[in-house]
Design a protein around this ligand. Structure first.
Ligand code: 5AD
Ligand code: SF4
Length: 477
């Protein structure tokens, strides 16, 4: 198959941060010029990775549905198959290789378009590997090309060529694209895109471009629509939500935005992710002040060692982090705190790892995500010497989880006997006789109840606690 290269990713361009104002592009109509082609086409999308990817999937699905295509949930019957990928760690990447490999047999059957998009293909080395491994994939597009995806799909289909359209750039803010929401009462709202922090292990600033905020009023308009449509929960999304607005000249920051959205009256307001570096007292005060802002903060620490934090370019010390958490807990006594931690950063010594263990013991997290360091080609950390074996890293990982589980299960235990409002998500994944949903503090709760309660907020009395979930009973208390 002939390959047409529109653009290929370039890591040097991806890390450029020129001081130029962000371009805002307002699109009022979802048009492809090829509506006839898309009418009656069936499409399938699978997404890997973070909430930003989930939100991208909603845009792609919205664009396709907007021109008459129909979403289906099996790839066998689909005319257009889209795999939306994640590059943050190697295991996310491996899952995608497995998934694409499985598509090979499907592709030979008839004329289907298989497209790979998202963060993985923004990485030149990975793109090269995927292209050589899977010659039947006909379209590659990056995170910056989503708004053009209808044209790209059509072009790939008509030309019967392989098309690569992945531009590494700082990126614009594109407004007005349609969105087919995954959830009927919980919504993700992007407040900003990209990242300028360049933590030395992380590929995200290269794949998603510069940190750029949406305009205050555009975000409020989207949130207002969700409130008007009876949504119960909004999660404001960004790689570093507390940097919101700093790149605009609107004179508004994250605290202002959070307050304005809370005032719209959405029953539950969440946000993620927060970087400890610029989380300030004004933000903490707003979270404390509004009952509908959930008392849950995801505050990745990554390491408890000052030396490793420095090598990671995290911009704070262990002491800064502890002080920030103390302030948060003082102002928001019911706060639940979650984090991300990486073990086995290049040449992390036993002592440095022990600093992470001791930090975890001091902070007493309510929940946590833990990762073994995974080198990402093109990032500074991938070039650092690393003499620590994978076996040693795995051993440390297990030890860290043991420490974390003590505080996580203690924090769950404390909920036993209490009554908590639960937003009911659906039938429990582990027991079909139970419903499940999240408490305001983000703890997962299972309880017996009728499926008619799905999508409602109900009071549940907690009877039993496990490390990662709780069991309760419906109550009118
Ligand atoms: N290796 C392991 N974990 C990583 N993360 C980001 N990059 C890497 C990497 N190269 C983790 C960080 C981040 C979370 C989303 O993923 O902990 O907060
Ligand atoms: Fe990656 Fe660091 Fe940016 Fe988070 S803040 S997305 S870890 S570079």
């Amino acid at each position: 198959m002939k390959t047409t290269i529109d653009n290929v990713p370039n890591l040097n361009k991806a890390k450029e941060r020129k001081k130029i104002p962000t371009q805002f592009l307002y699109i009022d109509e979802n048009k492809s010029n090829h509506d006839e082609y898309f009418k009656d086409k069936r499409f399938f999308i699978r997404t890997y990775g973070c909430q930003a990817n989930v939100r991208d999937e909603e845009t792609i699905a919205g664009m396709l549905c907007g021109v008459g295509a129909k979403r289906i949930d099996n790839e066998y019957d689909a005319d257009i198959i889209i795999i939306n990928t994640c590059a943050v760690r190697e295991n996310a990447e491996d899952k995608v290789y497995g998934q694409i490999g499985n598509l090979k047999n499907i592709k030979t059957k008839d004329r289907k378009i298989i497209a790979i998009c998202g963060c993985m293909v923004e990485e030149p080395a990975i793109l090269e590997k995927v292209m050589s491994m899977f010659p039947f994939v006909q379209l590659y597009f990056g995170t910056h090309e989503i708004y053009r995806c209808l044209d790209l799909i059509y072009q790939a289909m008509k030309s019967n060529e392989r098309i690569v359209s992945i531009e590494s750039k700082q990126g614009e803010v594109i407004e007005g694209l349609p969105c087919q929401r995954t959830h009927p009462y919980k919504a993700y709202v992007n407040i900003m895109y990209g990242c300028d922090k360049f933590c030395t292990y992380c590929i995200v600033p290269y794949t998603r471009g510069k940190e750029r905020s949406r305009k205050f009023d555009d975000i409020l308009k989207e949130c207002k629509q969700l409130v008007d449509n009876n949504y119960l929960e909004i999660t404001l999304l960004g790689q570093n939500v507390n940097a919101y607005g700093l790149d605009l000249d609107e004179g508004k920051d994250f605290a202002d935005l959070l307050e304005a959205v809370a005032k719209l009256g959405i029953p539950r307001l969440r946000f993620m992710t927060s970087h400890p570096w610029n989380f300030n007292k004004k933000m903490i005060d707003v979270i404390a002040k509004y009952d509908n802002i959930m008392k849950f903060i995801h505050l990745p620490v990554q390491s408890g060692s000052d030396e490793i934090l420095k090598k990671m370019a995290r911009r704070y010390t262990r002491e800064d982090y502890i002080k920030l958490v103390e302030l948060m807990r003082k102002e928001i006594p019911s706060l639940n705190l979650s984090t991300d931690i990486i073990v086995g950063f290049p040449n992390e010594s036993d002592e440095q790892f022990n600093d992470t263990l001791s930090l975890v013991d001091i902070i007493q997290y309510d929940s946590a995500f833990t990762f073994i360091y995974s080198p990402r080609q093109g990032t500074p950390a991938a070039k650092m010497e690393d003499k620590i074996s994978y076996e040693e890293k795995s051993k440390r990982f297990k030890e860290l989880v043991k420490h974390l589980e003590i505080s996580i299960s203690n924090s769950s235990k404390k909920m036993v006997g209490g009554v908590y409002p639960i937003l009911v998500d659906g039938v429990s994944k582990t027991d079909v006789n139970m419903l499940s949903g999240y408490a305001e503090n983000n703890k997962l709760v299972h309880f017996k109840g009728d499926v008619s309660l799905i999508g409602k907020i109900v009071n549940v009395k907690i009877k039993e606690s496990h490390t990662y979930s709780l069991i309760g009973e419906l109550t009118s208390e």
